[in-house]
Design a protein around this ligand. Structure first.
Ligand code: AHM
Ligand code: MG
Length: 336
């Protein structure tokens, strides 16, 4: 009989490799796992229940919030507050970071940054969405209230990051700095099972993922690169395939497995790019580097080296197979 390893067993195995570990990160993952299961349930009944549609509120970026965004935010926030290992969170859906005030939380050494439901405009049309999370050790003293500096750390300080994809199956993909592993949820038994051990992205890919409708507004180097992807050249397997779901987690996940490049450049519409450094770019950068890929914001700018200055800052993102990221950067260096 095939042996199934559950996420819980996997985490405990990893913890055994670090006898000095206190188990706090394990506890944090239990919170995320639980909230992800609840979200899986809600998203799967979204077409039936009266829970889809706008919640008549705007998020801090002035975008319409969907009901499930609000729900997901509350669900993850409550789950993370529960166990006392997290002292505060910052969420794409909240203007300010959230301090957890209970004594047990003040003793927590971790902060979590989260995009509770990325790509949520896709829910009404039955397209995959995701949760993205990023974990740091606080820089303020344990026992005190969490501060903004705890959240404004560069991505290379992350101790863990991951995402949940609510797709044709629900999966949790994460890393604690020792490679990337993917777990598929089996709803019949209510557990995540290890299905994608040691994920590595192919060095080269054939897929480019970009919102080409914005082409006219892109920098010259990006335009030239897109034309390069479309040219015929047997020796480099071109033309490439264009795939864009418009849901970062799904586009990233596909490219991670198959090889490819996701790009959200600056444009006249989004002069700093659209995606958020802390909630979207840094966790994806951590994962892709752990899987042998690259995440850059430009030719000389590694995403995880950016020093954040504000909680909701945006940045361009070029992420995926390392040779594809390098090629794009060559075009940008040459053409601007
Ligand atoms: P959101 O955080 O408001 O959901 O926006 C992020 C999403 C990403 O999932 C996706 O890759 C991107 O925005 C799509 O943007 P666009 O519609 O401009 O192509
Ligand atoms: Mg988002």
């Amino acid at each position: 009989m095939e042996i199934i390893k559950t996420l819980g067993e996997f985490i405990l195995d990893q913890q055994r490799d670090y006898p000095e570990a206190s188990g706090e990160l394990t506890s944090l993952f239990s919170s995320i796992r639980l909230a992800a299961k609840v979200l899986h349930r809600e998203i799967n009944k979204a077409g039936l229940a009266d829970i889809t549609g706008a919640a008549n509120a705007e998020n801090v970026q002035g975008e319409e919030q969907q009901k499930l965004d609000v729900y997901a935010n509350e669900r993850f926030k409550n789950a993370l507050a529960q166990r006392g290992v997290v002292c505060g969170i910052a969420s794409e859906e909240e203007e300010q970071f959230v301090k957890f005030e209970e004594t047990k939380n003040l003793e927590g050494k971790y902060v979590v940054l989260i995009d509770p439901l990325d790509g949520s405009s896709n829910i009404d049309v039955n397209v995959s969405v995701g949760t993205i999370f990023s974990v740091y050790k606080r820089v303020s003293p344990v026992g005190s209230h969490v501060t903004e500096a705890d959240f404004l750390q560069p991505g290379h300080q992350q101790v863990a990051a991951g995402y949940v994809i609510y797709g044709s199956s629900t999966m949790l993909v994460y890393s604690t700095g020792k490679g990337v592993n993917g777990f598929t949820y089996d709803p019949t038994i209510g557990v995540f099972c290890l299905s994608h051990p040691d994920l590595m992205i192919p060095k080269d890919g054939k897929i480019y993922s970009v919102n080409e409708g914005n082409y006219i507004h892109f920098p010259e180097g990006v335009k030239k690169y897109i034309k390069y992807c479309q040219e015929e050249d047997d020796s480099t397997n071109r033309p490439y395939t264009s795939r864009y779901i418009g849901s970062l987690v799904s586009d990233f996940h596909r490219n991670l497995i198959k090889g490819g490049l996701y790009l959200y450049p600056t444009s006249s519409r989004y002069p700093n790019g659209k995606l958020r450094l802390l909630y979207e770019c840094n966790p994806m950068a951590y994962l892709i580097e752990q899987a042998g890929g690259k995440a850059m914001a430009g030719p000389d700018q590694r995403i995880m080296d950016i020093e954040p200055t504000t909680l909701h800052q945006r940045c361009p993102l070029f992420v995926g197979s390392p040779n594809m990221v390098d090629k794009l950067n060559e075009f940008i260096s040459e053409h601007g």
